[in-house]
Design a protein around this ligand. Structure first.
Ligand code: GLP
Length: 238
């Protein structure tokens, strides 16, 4: 795994936006895989800025988000639909019909997961996947123990993940729909973003640890075209 170490969060975000922008400029019809969370927020800000100054055109870009909470209304402030609209979709010229997230409100989640997986393949697969990293090694919402063969599916969130993402555990959804490990690994290119001291151990296990289902991110060591972009603090153990 190629690793780029940057001095701070701003520099990580700038480098991530540079790689995404290069992808879009090289192939205006790129299919992107996108994460949520606190790590990519500045990257999205940089992309919006590049669009506003006329450098980046999203009119033919297609996006697939990694995951969405199950049974959380789309307009809920913590839904990933809400997050993406606010930070990217409504700020650039992406076409609404080209932005996909799993439907967390689907009455038949199994069917929705199959539909989402098929949609990714029908769009030619993901050209560039952008990933964050959970402190327990999760990528997307593929929690420890996820099968390497997994595709988009409904999963149960760990208490650790719920506590991290929601102030009050009783407000947290129990489940989410996430792309699987296999879905992620099929992407042609991946960038993995890590910032902050709390990710140091997680990044070390991801980059150098044994490849084991108990640490989902470790599978990324087998991807032929992956770059980790880490802030110094997050890279202190590698
Ligand atoms: C979340 C998401 C992941 C994200 C990770 C890290 O729960 N499902 O896609 O990468 O946790 O989040 P953060 O960037 O806030 O540290």
């Amino acid at each position: 795994m190629k690793t780029i170490i940057k001095k701070n969060y701003q520099a990580v975000s700038k480098e991530a936006a540079r790689i995404i922008a290069t992808q879009i400029i090289t192939d205006p019809q790129s299919v992107l895989g996108l994460p949520t969370g606190s790590t990519p927020t500045r990257t999205y800000e940089n992309l919006v800025r590049l669009h506003k100054v006329g450098i980046l055109d999203f009119s033919q870009v297609v996006t697939f988000n990694l995951d969405e909470y199950f049974n959380l209304p789309e307009d809920h402030e913590q839904s990933f639909h809400y997050y993406m609209e606010k930070r990217l979709f409504l700020q650039v010229n992406l076409k609404e019909e080209n932005t996909y997230l799993p439907d967390g409100q689907a009455s038949n989640p199994q069917k929705e997961c199959r539909r989402y997986e098929n949609l990714i393949q029908e769009n030619g697969g993901i050209d560039l996947m952008v990933l964050g990293l959970g402190p327990n090694g999760h990528i997307g919402f593929n929690e420890p123990g996820t099968n390497w063969d997994s595709q988009t599916r409904l999963i149960k969130l760990t208490d650790e993940t719920k506590e991290r993402n929601f102030d009050d555990l009783k407000d947290a959804p129990d489940r989410a729909i996430t792309m699987g490990i296999k879905t992620i690994m099929r992407s042609r290119k991946i960038i993995l973003l890590a910032s902050g001291e709390e990710k140091a151990k997680a990044l070390e296990k991801t980059v150098h640890g044994p490849i084991a289902e108990s640490w989902p991110g470790s599978i990324l060591q087998l991807h032929p075209n992956i770059t980790a972009i880490a802030e110094q603090e997050a890279a202190s153990d590698i």
